[in-house]
Design a protein around this ligand. Structure first.
Ligand code: SAM
Ligand code: SF4
Length: 439
């Protein structure tokens, strides 16, 4: 299949999470390996792949409006248009009925087949949404990374948890673990190419079990930290019900693992958590947060919250707010509940009125903003190690980066430190970022 796309240019647009960003690097890598070049905008492309997210109704609406724009563009300058990712997996060939200008549909486990799918799509609409990712072929030479200094490394895919609201077990399939030797080979290759940071990815990374040796996630962390050159290790996402003592032990024993953790909560009410099928209670989450804070001093926690899950009362919502005040997250991602096809919750009435969901979301975000202001203010005067990610959006000699706790840090620099570690003395803060001067 090599070279069948020679002379063609591809543009990949990503919606959704880090897993999707990494999948897009994989899509681009496979197409470049087949001879294609990269285009910076759809106007210059012969092939456009839209990598989609189905997690919330809003993400799917955004996709359809983007596809509408591509359809007008395609009339002026023809190109082959493909839909990849979670919406592709769920909708399959129905997408051709809904959007007849789409030429190919490809599910998350089938990107290695893309050159053949695209070749077929030139003749007739082409679809492939089989299960079973081929991990052996996934790796350094099939991934065109967006940057060299920070590498996404997938370690598992799919999910067996079936949270009542979540489409992922249907869009990504059941839990599948990538073999350890294969993961370590990609980490080594990324480090050899200049990666200072690696981010291990999966829907539920802490349930990891190496299919060959049975080694768990704590063991995987040890092996990844042993790779020379890698200085920071992060991982996302973790499920509170699988976060055992041994993982906290591995984090404590490995200073390379950033003192930062994304630990989705969803609700602070045990009643709602049970209806969501999350597998833990409010008290369990609080006890885990306390263990993390005492075992890993200085750790910053972030979380995901859903407001307005069916049956959520004002009292339930207030329990979520009180948990936020207790744990004091450094960051939260908060969403209004929307019913998703195939999920258990889609079969029960979506009974919290839209107005109430909106009001709760605003109240939650206002509370969190105050907490973040205080958390961020506590860093004023500190010298933080920052991995520079590039010029800040404001420009003018200003750069941005991430500190170990994953906080955004803005600073001025006369030279371009993108992709390097710098030390920044923090002089100011807002709810969403820190600022400081380069030492
Ligand atoms: N596996 C991770 C976890 O357990 O949190 C990530 C799941 S999902 C890709 C990311 C977030 O989307 C979830 O944590 C949840 O807060 C939100 N989400 C998922 N389904 C949703 C729905 N139906 N309505 C609103 N938010 C939803
Ligand atoms: Fe979805 Fe729950 Fe699995 Fe996360 S753990 S991907 S929220 S089903």
């Amino acid at each position: 299949m090599t070279d069948i796309l020679t002379g063609l240019k591809v543009f990949v647009r990503t919606f959704g999470c880090q897993m999707n960003e990494n999948d897009s690097e994989h899509i681009a890598g496979v197409l470049v390996r087949a001879g294609a070049g990269k285009a910076d905008r759809p106007e210059d492309a012969d092939i456009v792949v839209v990598n989609t997210c189905a997690v919330r109704e809003k993400s799917e609406e955004k996709l359809y409006s983007y596809l509408g724009r591509l359809s007008s563009l395609k009339k002026k300058k023809p190109f082959l248009l493909g839909v990849a990712g979670c919406v592709a997996q769920v909708q399959k060939s129905d997408l051709f009925k809904k959007r007849p200008f789409v030429d190919f549909v490809v599910g998350p486990d089938n990107y290695l087949e893309l050159p053949a799918i695209i070749k077929n799509a030139a003749e007739a609409p082409s679809v492939l949404t089989d299960w079973g990712r081929d991990w052996r072929e996934l790796g350094a030479d099939s991934t065109a990374r967006e940057n060299a200094w920070s590498a996404f490394i997938p370690v598992m895919e799919g999910c067996d948890n079936f949270c009542a609201y979540c489409i992922v077990p249907f869009s990504r399939g059941r839990e599948k673990f990538r073999p350890l030797p294969n993961i370590i080979a990609e980490v080594r290759a990324a480090a050899g190419a200049g990666a200072l940071e690696v981010q291990l990815l999966g829907q539920n990374v802490n349930s990891y079990l190496d299919p060959g040796s049975g080694l768990g996630f704590a063991g995987l962390l040890d092996r990844v930290c042993a790779v020379p050159g890698v200085e920071w290790v992060r991982f996302i996402a973790s499920h509170p019900k699988n976060f055992g003592h041994e993982i906290i032990g591995a984090m404590a024993a490995n200073p390379k693992i950033c003192r930062q953790l994304h630990l989705p909560l969803q609700s602070g009410s045990s009643r709602v958590l049970e209806r969501m099928n999350r597998g833990y209670k409010r008290e369990d989450y609080l006890a885990l947060a306390a263990r993390l804070k005492s075992g890993l001093p200085g750790i910053l926690l972030s979380t995901d919250i859903i407001v307005g899950f069916p049956g959520e009362s004002q009292e339930d919502f207030e329990e979520t707010c009180s948990l936020l005040s207790e744990v004091r997250f450094a960051n939260i991602f908060s969403f209004r509940y929307s019913p998703r096809p195939l999920t258990a919750a889609a079969r029960i009435p979506d009974d919290v009125p839209l107005e109430v969901k909106r009001r709760r979301l605003v109240a939650l975000q206002d509370l969190q903003k105050k907490i973040q202001l205080e958390v961020n203010r506590s860093f004023i005067g500190a010298d933080l190690r920052v991995l520079c990610t590039g010029p800040s959006v404001k420009g003018g000699g200003r750069y941005a980066g991430r500190a170990e706790g994953n906080q955004v840090v803005n600073f001025d620099s006369a030279t371009d430190p993108t992709g390097r570690f710098v030390t920044v003395r923090i002089t100011g803060s807002g709810p969403y970022s820190l600022r400081g001067s380069l030492l």
